[in-house]
Write a protein that binds this ligand. Structure first.
Ligand code: CA
Length: 725
């Protein structure tokens, strides 16, 4: 567990577009386009001394929701130049896997000024700040000289939005793109308010021809409307621009969407209301096509069952609409690297696809076609003693060491997450026809090829090792020691029909009482609680039989139990449904109490787990030390089988009261931190599917039943029950 978090916390180096991976998506290098949240902009800061002033909210720049170039908002720079000085800093927001960028030689932004002369416009510097990965301490800070914005004005029409383009060479040489912009006072005294929007390094070579949007459709739900269109295949299109009307006469711009989505979610917050929509295309040079014909949709009250369907379908869509196109497998996060698949998340996605058929989101034929794509890709891809790597290039099946050079081989935990999905699919696709038979046969041959026993590195029948690489071998050297999210790895290794580990490894490795294992648990939990695997303390009035600290992040009770029914897993310490339910209840009671007084956290917005966050990917736990106010919807929603009432309350609260920023193309966005006024821009492959699957397990037990039907699994669980201890 610990290792996974550390690896995921490694900051990725930003890279210019290179020939080597030219096929990866190159993003616009955007400092600001819109803020998901009102109030202030998280990635900004403001400083001034007396004799000067910059309007701020909690020392950050205000977001203005009324005046914007691109809807729905802009940044407001409202200042007084006097005897003192002021600065307003905007940091580049690093988004996981968004690490290839279009070439640029100029900085561009759009501004609108209301008062004061243009010579009052600020000075601008660019900077490059490098921080130490773990401590976030600044290790180097380069800054350019100051450039006068007023020198780059080409239009003196102060009534409208004006584009300012400044060549990067005006700032002096930087070997890589800057990650900080600093506005500051000019020498001229006075007051001025400037709205700033679309701050970016302007992509080069953006000639093209604009075409109008095609095949538009709309669909209303309880408090939002989804707009869909034909996927855009034109690199000259920068945005799809959305207009809404309530009377089909007056249309106002409400938002923009990137062309790598062909769906926009308009959360209006109102049931029983009719809306009309038109959309247009905006080009790389910000020219715009005419708007489409209008499309009508009426929102309506939804029952609990309809809400569950809606949430399940939206999260499922991540693995359907959002899949990597060649392999059919799941991406690590969206938006992110478009070719890089994550194998564990892909296993989760397979289970979500099964739910998709049963709930009628797709047909069985569509799912069969996708499963044939997936299984034939998996037959061909890189494997390491039968195990797959954590990340692969979906276009060719080659390992992609996203977490660094050492991680270029088999990942047994991700492999077990993948096979949890494949084994559920082997039961689901049970028809006699040749296609479904082929799916089953391929899954069986992949399953039989995994050398689980190879990953018992010491051959002492104790610990499984997480990684093995053909050239680095066991260099990462991470032993799997429970209790955490990797129980499925031991159980599948025990269940293997061809390369099983000795069942004795369950107590000798996974639940080991050796000093090495005790120390491992203490190191991650920073407490003695649970360091001998069993715990038996009470937290918030609830007994915890097994688990480190007070149970840890909620993904521990999700990832291993999407297929594996915890009702059927009992060892000498506990039954794991009971244990998992207690962990969910401890988490819920902690969030209800909200001891850190974090904004938004409550009995109906709860579920601390691993997710994206204001300071990157992190595992959040219900302890004062590890709770930073970040809330991930998957926490409460994937806990549905354990805490149906509390999970339903969270679903309704998150959708109805927080949907405006939290609800999107693939359901709930990964995470939000209302305390910091930070909102995730991404969805994550590990977090969406557990929502779909665990709601289904709560409703019908479908995925649990399928996975448990595998005879190897029931045999392994019988072995576990019969183990001498
Ligand atoms: Ca904007």
């Amino acid at each position: 567990m610990k290792h996974k978090i550390i690896l995921k916390a490694i900051a990725l180096i930003l890279t210019f577009s290179s020939g080597m991976q030219a096929q990866e998506r190159e993003y616009d290098y955007m400092f600001f386009e819109n803020s998901a949240l009102s109030g202030n902009y998280f990635f900004s800061s403001v400083k001034y001394n007396e004799g000067a002033y910059v309007k701020n909210i909690a020392n950050k720049l205000p977001v203005n929701d009324k005046t914007f170039f691109t809807p729905p908002n802009s940044l407001e720079l409202d200042y007084t130049n006097g005897s003192g000085t002021w600065t307003s800093t905007i940091d580049f927001e690093r988004i996981r896997g968004n690490d290839y960028f279009k070439k640029s030689n100029s900085l561009s932004f759009w501004m609108m000024t209301e008062n004061g002369k243009d010579e009052l416009l600020p000075m601008l510097q660019i900077g490059l700040v490098e921080k130490e990965r773990k401590t976030k301490k600044i290790v180097s800070h380069k800054q350019s000289g100051k450039v006068e914005i007023s020198k780059y004005i080409t239009s003196t029409d102060i009534k409208g939005w004006r584009q300012i383009i400044i060549p990067l060479k005006a700032f002096g040489a930087f070997e890589v793109y800057p990650n900080q912009l600093v506005f500051s006072n000019s020498a001229i005294k006075g007051e001025k308010r400037v709205f700033i929007d679309q701050i970016e390094l302007l992509p080069e070579d953006v000639d093209g021809k604009l075409d109008a949007p095609q095949n538009i459709s709309v669909k209303a739900y309880e408090r939002h409307v989804d707009l869909m269109w034909k996927p855009v295949d034109n690199a000259f299109v920068k945005y799809i621009k959305i207009y809404r009307s309530e009377d089909n006469k007056t249309f106002v711009p409400i938002g923009i969407q990137r062309p790598y989505f062909h769906r926009y979610t308009d959360f209006t917050g109102q049931p029983d209301k009719t809306y009309y929509y038109k959309i247009s295309h905006v080009a790389m040079d910000y020219s715009e096509t005419s708007v489409s014909a209008s499309h009508k949709a009426t929102s309506y009250h939804m029952s609990d069952e309809q809400l569950l369907d809606m949430v399940q379908e939206a999260s499922f869509r991540y693995y359907w609409e959002g899949a990597e196109t060649n392999s059919g497998l799941a991406l690590e996060n969206i938006p992110g690297r478009k070719n890089m698949i994550a194998t564990g998340a892909s296993g989760f996605g397979i289970m979500a696809i099964i739910v998709g058929v049963e709930r009628g989101f797709i047909s069985r034929e569509q799912a069969v076609e996708r499963m044939l794509t997936i299984t034939s890709f998996l037959e061909q891809c890189d494997k390491f003693h039968g195990a797959v790597s954590h990340f692969m290039d979906g276009t060719n099946g080659k390992v992609e060491p996203f977490f660094g050079d050492k991680d270029n081989g088999g990942d047994l935990v991700e492999t077990s997450f993948l096979f949890q999905g494949l084994l559920a699919a082997r039961q689901y696709f049970d028809k006699k026809d040749s296609e479904e038979r082929q799916i089953r046969e391929t899954i069986s041959s992949l399953w039989e090829a995994v050398e689980w026993d190879w990953y018992d590195r010491e051959k002492e029948n104790k610990y499984l090792t997480w990684h093995w690489s053909p050239d680095k071998e066991w260099l990462i050297n991470h032993k799997l020691i429970g209790w955490n999210e990797t129980m499925i790895t031991y159980l599948l290794a025990m269940a293997s029909p061809t390369h099983p580990i000795s069942s004795s490894m369950y107590y000798n490795g996974w639940a080991s009482q050796e000093e090495l294992a005790v120390k491992y648990r203490k190191d991650w939990g920073k407490t003695d609680d649970g360091s001998f695997y069993s715990n038996d303390n009470y937290y918030h009035g609830i007994k915890l039989p097994v688990g480190v600290s007070n149970g840890g992040p909620l993904f521990f009770i999700h990832y291993s139990y999407l297929g594996l029914d915890p009702n059927g897993v009992t060892d000498k310490y506990t039954n794991y449904f009971e244990n998992n339910r207690n962990i969910a209840l401890i988490n819920w009671r902690y969030c209800s109490e909200n001891p850190m007084n974090h904004k938004g956290m409550s009995h109906s917005f709860w579920g601390l787990t691993a997710s994206d966050g204001p300071w990157g990917y992190n595992a959040i736990e219900p302890t004062r030390e590890r709770d930073n106010g970040t809330l991930a919807p998957t926490g409460a929603l994937a806990s549905f089988p354990y805490t149906p009432e509390q999970s339903m309350a969270a679903l309704k609260n998150m959708y109805r009261n927080h949907g405006q920023y939290l609800w999107g193309e693939y359901g709930f966005k990964d995470a939000v931190n209302l305390q910091e006024n930070w909102m995730a821009k991404i969805y994550m492959g590990l977090n969406q599917a557990p929502v779909t699957i665990m709601i289904e397990n709560y409703r019908t037990g479908l995925i649990w039943k399928l996975f448990m039907q595998n005879k190897e699994i029931s045999e392994a669980l019988t072995k576990l029950k019969d183990l001498k201890h």
